[in-house]
Design a protein. Structure first.
Length: 302
């Protein structure tokens, strides 16, 4: 079951990447990243209410407090990720951000928590990790002329800066810490309750951002930019719902974490199709590595 949940999370989060990029790439909107937090918080708050009052999910202050460190790691990483989308292409940002799954896999291997009787699965993990990390390396070493042509096709120009790479890297580190902590905390909490706790925390973050952006800074919402934000927020919430159950399977964490993180591969494809960002043969080679790894994981889970 973990495989299908991870696959759903992969597809939903790649959609979230695309729509978040569309909603945040306007450099003239200073608080786009915080408005994205507001959108995600609102959608998650609605979903949390449905879970509590319709599905009967149990939630209390103890659960919220216990899961709070994980929630803050995820919310912090996502906020930095949204900010980074204003400075760098999605096809570069997403692979760097989502190398976090590879970091988690390496951590579980180093600490001796990897447990599988099939060597092929270990090979699959390596393929996914190499593909995700390799995709980021290919992007970072891309020829300047090719990069310029890609940006011209997408009608957006990005200046090289340390901030452009530092933000997705910070996302990667925080998200990896959140993923690893998530798996540990979920050993003591019910998955549904933990997910609701996360969504309620995100809703509170949305309220704080709304007060800061709209009330204090006197900014305003632009409908044209808000539609993709809320579409991305819906995808994000659906992906999170599938993710929380996939990652709760401790036995398969070494496989599910890098698999879910490979949603950046699909994000790169979306960026090529909808944002007109070009890819080279090296990009497609890395994508092939990830695809083969995912297929192997799925076969051995049957």
């Amino acid at each position: 079951m973990w495989f299908w949940l991870a696959l759903i999370a992969l597809l939903c989060w790649s959609g979230s990447d695309l729509f978040s990029k569309i909603g945040c790439r306007n450099g003239n909107e200073r608080y786009n990243h915080l408005k994205m937090v507001i959108a995600v918080g609102v959608v998650m708050g609605i979903h949390a209410a449905i879970e509590i009052f319709v599905q009967g999910v149990e939630i209390n202050l103890h659960v919220i407090w216990t899961y709070l460190p994980v929630s803050l790691l995820y919310i912090g990483s996502m906020t930095l990720g949204y900010l980074g989308l204003q400075y760098i292409e999605l096809s570069i940002s997403s692979p760097i951000c989502n190398a976090s799954g590879a970091l988690v896999a390496v951590t579980t291997l180093v600490t001796g928590q990897f447990d599988t009787e099939h060597k092929a699965i270990l090979i699959a993990v390596i393929l996914v990790c190499v593909g995700v990390i390799g995709l980021g390396v290919v992007e970072s070493k891309e020829d300047d002329e090719l990069r310029k042509k890609r940006q011209e096709a997408g009608n957006y120009q990005y200046a090289k800066s340390w901030l452009a790479l530092a933000l997705p890297l910070a996302y990667c580190l925080l998200d990896a810490a959140g993923t690893y902590a998530d798996n540990r905390v979920l050993e003591t909490l019910n998955e549904s309750s933990a997910n609701v706790a996360y969504e309620l925390t995100f809703f509170i973050a949305a309220i704080v951002c709304f007060i800061y952006v709209i009330v204090i800074k006197k900014d305003h919402f632009t409908l044209k930019l808000e539609v993709p934000k809320y579409t991305g927020a819906i995808c994000e919430t659906a992906g999170q719902f599938a993710y929380i159950f996939a990652i709760a399977d401790s036995k398969h964490l070494t496989m599910s974490a890098p698999m879910i993180s490979s949603y950046c591969v699909v994000s790169v494809l979306w960026s090529r199709i909808f944002l007109k960002e070009k890819l080279s043969w090296k990009h497609y080679l890395m994508i092939l590595f990830v695809a083969i790894g995912i297929v192997i994981m799925g076969v051995y889970d049957v």
